[in-house]
Ligand binder design. Structure first.
Ligand code: 3PG
Ligand code: MG
Length: 391
């Protein structure tokens, strides 16, 4: 890893521009999950402990280069202050003046960077404007590192730069899972569509020993093998692609694990009447909503022998009962093995964290990434521009 950490810098008397990801969920004006804010505390505290000042650079939602008042970071500044336990001053203009006037342990939060078109276009002039506000650049936004934006990429070339604690932690955990993992490695990939995860599957079959495919995606694979999937969510046009992935897996010696039994229902709703059947026996008028107990038992068996697990996406329609059963059972099994010291388990990406929270095991995995898209791109084996720029 070619980048520096907070330990390599001297923050005394310096202003640190700290890129964070506080793109948190907000409902009716209330932040419903403060995890992303909590996770920047170590970096803010370390910089303060070294005598540096902290200016937070962040985005919120996707205003696309325009001022969208509902997307102002002003709305969450209070929550940031509460979570950090510090005075947080929100600034929407006259940044240089605000920086000159800031107190030592006061934190400045600049307005949503995406209100400026230069942010997403990775504009050199916008990056230079930001850079002029500080002495050191710290990137602590792993979950935005897949974006080559002015505050994640261009700015890193303009100032002495380093990774914050969270970025360092995320990369360390991810490297342990796919970079240089203890084998055998199992990947669990679920979710609705194969089309959104083609690169991911393609990369994983070359890297892991066992690849469990679940959720709606599995239906595409079952159909590609000639099974009737009834009214299930299925991308029939991707049959050739699915077969190519199966062939690649065979060539690389990666075992693909598809549902060995399926849970089907006639209605997509909580509590819908369901039955378990063989993967080739989905009735014409039914849809596959979960993997069955035989599949879960086999996944458990594979996990017993594994040393590393990387998980992205649920195995079934986990948001409605009883179709959360396979996801819950497999997640609990992985959590138990992790707690027993037998498995390194890393999970991340979109729905995954809510699925693990729902299974009640998020705290029992070795590491849960706070990233959505960045976690996926990392699993796809792609270079993350925000990380590369620190190199
Ligand atoms: C996220 O929420 O995953 C990050 O903040 C990145 O947001 P984006 O997908 O809008 O770039
Ligand atoms: Mg130091």
């Amino acid at each position: 890893m070619g980048w520096k950490t907070l330990d390599d810098m001297d923050f005394a008397g310096k202003r640190a521009l700290v890129r964070v990801d506080i793109n948190v969920p907000v409902e009716n004006g209330v932040v419903t999950d403060t995890s992303r804010i909590e996770r920047i505390i170590p970096t803010v505290d370390d910089i303060h402990a070294q005598g540096g000042k902290v200016i937070l650079l962040a985005h919120f939602d996707r205003p696309k280069g325009k001022v969208v008042p509902e997307m102002s970071l002003e709305h969450i500044a209070g929550t940031v202050a509460d979570v950090l336990g510090l005075t947080v001053t929100f600034v929407s203009s006259n940044y240089a003046e605000a920086v000159d006037e800031m107190e030592d342990e006061e934190v400045l939060l600049l307005e949503n960077l995406r209100f400026h078109p230069g942010e997403e276009s990775n504009d050199a002039a916008f990056a230079a404007r930001l850079a002029s506000l500080g002495d050191i650049y710290v990137n602590d936004a792993f979950s935005a590192a897949h974006r080559a934006h002015a505050s994640t990429e261009a700015i890193a070339h303009l100032l002495p730069s380093c990774a914050g604690r969270l970025l360092e932690e995320e990369l360390g955990a991810l490297d342990a899972a796919l970079g240089n993992p203890a084998r055998p490695v199992v990947a669990v990939v679920g979710g609705a569509k194969v089309s959104t995860k083609l690169d991911l599957l393609g990369n994983l079959v070359g890297k892991v020993d066992h690849l469990v495919i679940g959720g709606g995606m599995a239906n595409t694979f079952l159909a590609a093998q000639g099974f009737n999937v009834g009214k299930s969510l299925c991308e029939h046009d991707l049959a050739d692609t699915a077969r190519a992935i199966l062939a690649k897996a065979q060539a690389t010696g990666c075992e693909i694990i598809l549902p060995r039994d399926i849970v089907v229902a006639r209605e997509f709703k909580a509590g819908a009447a369901s039955e378990t059947c063989a993967p080739d026996a989905c009735p014409d008028d039914a849809m596959i909503l979960d993997a069955g107990p035989a599949t879960v038992a086999y996944i458990a068996e594979v996990l017993e022998k594994a040393k590393t697990l990387v998980w992205n996406g649920p195995l079934g329609a986990f948001e409605i009962t009883p179709f959360d059963a396979a996801t819950n059972a497999a997640a609990r099994h992985a959590a138990g093995l992790t707690q027993a010291g037998k498995l390194i388990s890393v999970a991340g990406g979109g729905d995954t964290v809510s699925a693990l929270n729902q299974a009640g095991v998020a705290d029992d995995f070795t590491y849960i990434s706070g990233a959505g898209g960045a976690f996926l791109e990392w699993m796809e084996g792609k270079t993350l521009p925000g990380v590369a720029a620190l190199g």
